[in-house]
Design a protein around this ligand. Sequence first.
Ligand code: SF4
Ligand code: SF4
Length: 366
Amino acid sequence: MISQNANRIADGCRFCWMCRHICPTGIATGREEFTPRARGLIISMLARGMQMDEDLAESMFTCALCGSCSNDCVTGYEPPVFIREGRTEAIVQDMIPQEVAPVIERALNGEDIVEAVECEKRAALLEKLSSLPETAPYAVVLGQTACNRVPDMALNLLSVLDKAGIAYTVIRKDTGAMLYDLVGDVEEVRSQAAAFAAEAEKTGAKNLIVLDPLDARALIQCYPEWEIDVQAKAATAVAFLDDLITSERLSVTKAQTEGVLTLQDPDVLARDLDDTDSARDILSALGTEYREMFLNRRLARSAGSALLASYHADITGEMTRIRVDDAKRTGADAIIAAAPCDLMLLRENGDIRVLDLFGLIDASIL
Ligand code: SF4
Ligand code: SF4
């Protein structure tokens, strides 16, 4: 059942088609049905009694939830709101696309959506986590993409915190953020969020340092809507470290990097959390030479999402390659990733050097 709110948003379109030209899944696939307006039309038709089928469901699940279409739309049209509902509807109607079904099954069984790749860094991260205290003034939320696919980014963040003298523990439970994007606002998501909140409470932490902007968005924006109370105040790891550096509680020197860099703005950080300054402040403090890509800050073109990559790596692969072309056009030799998802996708699909922002900071601490 499509809600009135979702239908109101879908019906609000003025058919200017601006979003057609910016949707990265539409561009990567060349398929009209994978654009925001097509997804909106589907929702309008479903709300008027049309039956969900697998092709319509496919259109919902191929969205990267990057938020580009919401950013510029004059009507304040927000496709991600009704796309999540479209996903819930497809599940309720038992019309889940074939490639998505195992991911949903895994997620509803409480397993991670982003599958782990075993490596030395992951073993080192797990060992590090097992040595941490159960309670601390700060609790770090690493998220499943970092823990399972780019553990070096997680290790780099923890190393920076160690050097800054921050007393922390790590919360191992999932916030429910990725499950929310996969299946929409359903009971299982709120249960996962409530379990996270209980775990956060046990740590006694007053502050949460959140590595993945997806988790930060859930904690800051979704939890209050879901009436899930977390006492500790959440900040993204990028904003937290920017604050440490600019307040001179953490001293850094010039980063030892060669060549010109460019920054990939994480979708959720730039658009949902409206933070495009923290990473740039840090790069300035590190004395790096960087150039802006075409489409940056809130307009940044998405390099893909870890969720979409879990069942449509073909689409995210193409999205990343298109973004890497943007990077190369600046003349940059390397892209800096400031979120786990971008680091994972750029490494897996890009033919350009990729640097982890947290690794850069860690190597530059005095
Ligand atoms: S930009 Fe907004 S109004 Fe224009 S076609 Fe897209 S959704 Fe409709
Ligand atoms: S959220 Fe991103 S991928 Fe999804 S419809 Fe909007 S622009 Fe396209």
